[in-house]
Design a protein around this ligand. Structure first.
Ligand code: ADE
Length: 244
């Protein structure tokens, strides 16, 4: 499940160029029974199996011995804090992060109590295991490591970095299927282009993710009123209505 992440695309290139290192460990290598069991029936009964604590504790002890003390030991779990850009950015500044992947119906609570320093969810839905969630974390954190994405500006200017969704993007041709590239983007007027992009980013955020406004590093409410002022000064009433 993790292989293609480590060989293909942006993360694959970061790994092969040595900008990041990613180790994958199989919990079954840290079992001591004939069947290499990593799970057992839940105390108290109920459906499904629970991942045993010992393989996790032994795996992390082996990682400690080989690579030193990790900065973060995060358990991937739908009960965790939902991952946002700020946390991904903080993780990209850490040098050694261990991600523990749960499977089946759950993991023994002692993993959460005595091993993990935090718990990360990638959204309010349940995956069949933590591997895909860990892959999501590796991808999003790796691209924030300086040098991993060739053009640093594209990371700096994308969605969530300033607390807003991204503005629309266009490339050639100027008209496609009757849809025209907005005139301002073809004007060569950089100040106007910046203003248009800001306004579109804010408009999209208000329409699609109003929950983001006022949360990010950029005080979007300040932007909102600024854009409203701007719009009311302009003769374009339609724009003013949308900014409202
Ligand atoms: N494991 C199962 N579901 C998950 C989720 N939503 N986030 C992180 N890990 C998970």
């Amino acid at each position: 499940m993790i292989q293609s992440l480590l060989t293909d695309g942006v993360v694959g290139r970061a790994v092969s160029s040595g900008l990041i290192r990613v180790g994958v460990h199989d919990l079954r290598d840290f079992t001591d029974d004939r069947h290499r069991s990593v799970d057992d029936v839940p105390y108290g009964g109920g459906p499904g199996m629970v991942l045993k604590p010992e393989p996790f504790f032994r795996a992390v002890a082996a990682i400690r011995r080989e690579h030193g003390e990790p900065d973060v030991v995060a358990l991937m779990s739908p009960q965790g804090r939902v991952l946002r850009h700020e946390q991904a950015s903080a993780l990209s500044g850490r040098s050694h992060v261990v991600l523990l992947c749960g499977r089946y119906e759950g993991v023994d609570e002692r993993i959460h109590l005595a091993l993990a320093t935090e718990e990360i969810s990638i959204g309010d839905y349940v995956l069949s295991g933590g591997e895909l969630a860990a892959a999501v974390v590796v991808d999003t954190v790796a691209r924030l490591v300086p040098g991993v994405v060739g053009d640093a500006k594209s990371v700096e200017q994308e969605s969530f970095v300033d607390g807003l969704l991204d503005h629309p993007h266009y490339t050639r041709p100027p008209v496609f299927d009757g849809y025209e590239v907005p005139e301002v983007l073809r004007s060569g007027h950089h100040v106007e282009i910046q203003r248009w992009r800001r306004r579109e980013a804010l408009r999209r955020t208000q329409a699609r993710r109003p929950d983001l406004l006022g949360q990010g590093p950029l005080d979007a409410r300040r932007w909102s009123s600024k854009l409203k002022d701007e719009a009311s000064r302009s003769s374009d009433r339609e724009q003013a209505d949308e900014c409202d």
